[in-house]
Design a protein around this ligand. Structure first.
Ligand code: ADP
Length: 266
């Protein structure tokens, strides 16, 4: 493979209204597609979360528990369908900004064991990158060898893709300015951590809590950090920025100075 790819995640909290079921934030999606297009990154993998599309359905059918009852099977189908609906909004915006995007549906090319990625069809993504295409993946319902099925988070995908394809960096676009000393939505005295090393993260120097948004079955900052650790351990620099604020993602992609949190191995 040629240039090392950048892996960019757009959080479900950014591209949907987390408090309204199946509501896409089309303005944010369009602005972000514009920023991605203007940044002209030479090799890019895009991942997005589920927000108010996937999570409420996955929760309704208890999908994170895995398969226990035939009545859940329709839930798998519905969760995936909801995610493809959200993905369509993203794809339309990318196309309208002339990005050579191609959907890669995790339900068809990823298998998990106990909720963890066990295998992923690698070659097509590799070839897409070589061709200058932008693979777009999303958190999805997937088949699991132990649990029957599982919910694969966008965050786990990001880490795994970054490691598999030797990414140069990960950019996580969320709805807060970065990693804070506590949840900034709950604690007004929470401070933004501009730089942190893996060691400091592992020693849990900072309080990192789960997301307060209802019905998020995979989310929260703690889960996010846990997922990212294996990639950071492989020296893939990770930057967390606020994708709800204009130009933060653009600047991050351009490697310009930007408000956010840089996480390095050491
Ligand atoms: P996304 O949908 O963007 O993937 P989530 O909503 O799952 O993200 O998780 C991010 C949320 O985690 C933030 O919006 C914030 O409210 C919460 N959070 C909890 N603890 C922290 C922390 N220490 N620093 C930053 N955010 C935190």
């Amino acid at each position: 493979m040629g240039v090392k790819p950048t892996v960019l995640k757009l959080g479900g909290s950014v591209i949907t209204d987390k408090n309204k079921p199946s509501t896409a934030n089309v303005d944010a999606i369009d602005r972000l597609a514009d920023e991605i297009s203007s940044a002209k990154v030479s090799s890019l993998i895009l991942v997005h979360g589920g927000g108010s599309f996937g999570h409420p359905i996955a929760k309704k059918y208890n999908l994170t528990e895995g398969y226990g009852d035939p009545s859940q099977v329709i839930g798998f189908s519905e969760t995936h369908r909801a995610m493809t609906k959200l993905n369509n909004f993203v794809m339309e915006a990318l196309f309208s900004h002339n990005i050579n995007a191609v959907v890669v549906q995790p339900s068809s090319c990823v298998l998990t064991t106990g909720g963890r990625i066990q295998s992923m069809e690698q070659k097509p993504i590799e070839r897409m990158l070589d061709m200058g295409l932008v693979p777009v993946l999303f958190g999805d319902a997937v088949l699991d060898s132990e649990k029957g099925f599982a919910i694969l988070s966008g965050d786990q995908l990001v880490s795994s893709l970054a490691i598999t394809f030797g990414a140069s960096r990960i950019i996580m676009g969320g709805d807060v300015d970065g990693l804070y000393t506590a949840d900034p939505k709950v604690n007004a005295s929470a401070k933004l951590i501009e730089r942190v090393t893996l060691e400091e993260l592992k020693n849990q120097k900072h309080e990192i809590e789960g997301s307060k948004a209802i019905d998020d079955v995979t989310g929260g900052m703690l889960g996010k950090m846990r997922e990212l650790i294996p990639a950071i351990e492989k020296n893939i620099q990770t930057l967390i920025v606020n994708a709800t604020k204009p130009l933060r993602v653009y600047k991050a992609l351009r490697e310009e100075e930007v408000v956010g949190t840089i996480i390095k191995k050491r």
